[in-house]
Ligand binder design. Structure first.
Ligand code: AMP
Length: 283
């Protein structure tokens, strides 16, 4: 069984004492729980690269806006602990909200310029919540390396920026998107989808394959590719709306002419579920 900690001090003392005794390297995987194969890939990568792997499970209220799914977000600590055991995780940190945000909490981390585009436009304040909690978690766990999925590409870029700007002594390691066999990117939110909605959600991955084919055939104008993606996804039932389809370089600057390494980023509502996904383009 992984060791479970709910308190900040207890976790810190434990990690510090192991570090002193063994000079162990610590890998850290922050999550919101309801673990799936995407999370497992982060855990496996950390286990390969470190002596000790710490997973945090915390549904962070600060990164959810009003009317978003904070209350209904799936939670099951026992299930997550069993998965962590199977994966050989050493330590699980699962603090209650009041330990992370005690009364009087007032600080926000703002990564200017990247936090208010794309996702940030549709989820105001989201990335302040993310950056703030990740900085707190990094300060609490004090890992050598921290693992983030490309599934949340903008989040990854914001964390990388924050770590550089604030001279945090941690190496950010990114892990490619893990997809189900039919192409749907693993997400804890997939549990919201009905069978029919899940089928429609596959249009996201398929739109990337379509775009990739068009690009390989020499269609390099971002505008045309974005239109093709939109039309394809919207032609499926249950797709309520598209928040954005964007094509950017690897640093999230909008592109007009597509080059290798650019990213297609989308956010799509399927029924009442908001899904995000992205694709690295090859020309
Ligand atoms: P979450 O629990 O959704 O906050 O995700 C925790 C971490 O797992 C984040 O760094 C995510 O980017 C990463 N992650 C979530 N889904 C996937 C996936 N399908 N493939 C790779 N990484 C993922």
């Amino acid at each position: 069984m992984p060791l479970l900690f709910k308190g900040v001090k207890e976790l810190r003392n434990h990690i510090n004492s192991i570090r002193k005794q063994e000079k162990a390297s610590v890998g850290f995987v922050p999550t919101m729980g309801f673990l799936h194969d995407g999370h497992k890939e982060l855990i496996r990568t950390s286990k390969l690269q470190n002596d000790l792997t710490v997973v945090s499970i915390f549904v962070n209220p600060m990164q959810f806006g009003e009317g978003e799914d904070y209350d209904r977000y799936p939670r099951d600590l026992d299930r997550d602990l069993a998965i962590c055991e199977e994966e050989g995780v050493d330590i699980v940190f699962a603090p209650p909200v009041e330990k992370m945000y005690p009364e009087g909490f007032r600080t926000e981390v703002v990564v200017k310029g990247i936090e208010d585009i794309l996702e940030g436009k549709f989820r105001q304040g989201h990335f302040r919540g993310v950056a703030t909690v990740v900085l707190k978690l990094l300060n609490i766990v004090n890992p050598n390396r921290a693992y983030f999925g490309e599934k949340d590409y903008q989040q990854l870029k914001i964390i990388e920026r924050m770590v550089t700007d604030l001279n945090l002594p941690v190496e950010v390691v990114s892990v490619p998107i893990v997809r189900e066999e039919d192409g749907l990117a693993y997400s804890s939110r997939n549990t919201y989808l009905s069978e029919e909605e899940r089928e429609s959600a596959l249009s996201i991955y398929r739109s990337f394959l379509l775009a990739q084919k068009l690009i390989k055939n020499g269609n390099l104008e971002a505008e045309n590719i974005k239109v093709a993606i939109r039309e394809f996804i919207l032609s499926h039932p249950n797709v309520k709306k598209i928040d954005y389809v964007e094509i950017t370089d690897e640093n999230l600057n909008r592109k007009d002419i597509i080059e290798s390494g650019d990213r297609i980023l989308v956010a799509v509502w399927v029924g009442n579920t908001r899904l995000i996904d992205n694709w690295k383009v090859e020309v």
